[in-house]
Ligand binder design. Sequence first.
Ligand code: GLA
Length: 382
Amino acid sequence: MNTELAETIKNAFTDKYAEAPLLIFSPGRINIIGEHTDYNDGFVFPAAVDKGIIAALSKSSSGKSVVTAADFNDTISFSVDHIAPLEKESWGNYVLGVVSEIQKKGKTIGDFNMVFGGDIPSGSGMSSSAALENSVVYGLNNLFDLGLSKIEMILISQMAEHNYVGVNCGIMDQYASMFGIKDHALLLDCRTVEAKPFKIDFENYELMLINTNVKHSLSDSAYNDRRLVCENISKMLGIKALRDATEADLKTIQDKVSDEDYQKALFVVQENNRAQAASKAMEDGDLETLGKLIYGSHEGLQFQYRVSCAELDFLVDRAKEHTEILGARMMGGGFGGCTINLIAKDFVSEFKHDIAKDYKETFNKACSIYSVSLSDGTHAIN
Ligand code: GLA
């Protein structure tokens, strides 16, 4: 966690409200493998990172709630008795959505003040949105003694995203952000919402992120459209979700759907298998196999699920040229954001230098490179 940021947010809050706030850290996440499988009841392999949202909150006695996004220098105010969505794309919807979903559960909250800021670049595919939602629900649960379990809290965050932000997301991001364990990744079964933690120590290798700095926008109908394709094909197969389908099952309906939709469903079935195979490879300490699965995931996301972009493909293609990089793929919803790379530690600085230069020359903009440090999930820090 960024202690400097925590200090800045705390000070901004006390300057404004002259009282000590409840301070929350809520992390973003990476995902090793298992993309677009969560809303198909499948497996994902995320981990919380040491970057995220810091939120300072307290009860308000002014008769209204005031929430300030320090990074945008923007404030909204409202009464919890009259909650309604703001215009599309407004950051306030993440906060208001959580308030509304808490109320839908029959819980009563009063007005509150909040200041928040973060160190995850938005649109980087590291889920700053889930981090923000979780910070709000966790903070309000604490302030108003709501007695919500962590599972209830992440379902509230997910529904805020569906109903106020307009993205029909799965549960991966909210789960990873809330339940993260320091130095571990979580093999999450999105049907049972239970996870198996894996200690991450790749010895001579590490995970590195490269941000294309192409901002993805999930509320683009592209995400929801894909979810719909998966649901329609599940219906045709008479199953609850694509997690229950095999490649052979898909063949039985191949002539009844477009090739594009068939490829999307096939991707989901294969990606779900890859996520499980990856956990086996990690158990066996077989990084070569893990890397191949990661490259395979990208290929599927690029050609079958079609959620990549030229910048992401460029970074993965460059990674493939080096035996020191065992695997690379786009991470998160797609259309921008980061690639995740499994790279030899002693090759990091050389590759960083070369890829930054090549990327700049090719796209006339800079990429950003982050090393990854795995963190505990959403928690209070005072
Ligand atoms: C976004 C969504 C997640 C998941 C990923 C793709 O991050 O919020 O629920 O579907 O995309 O794996």
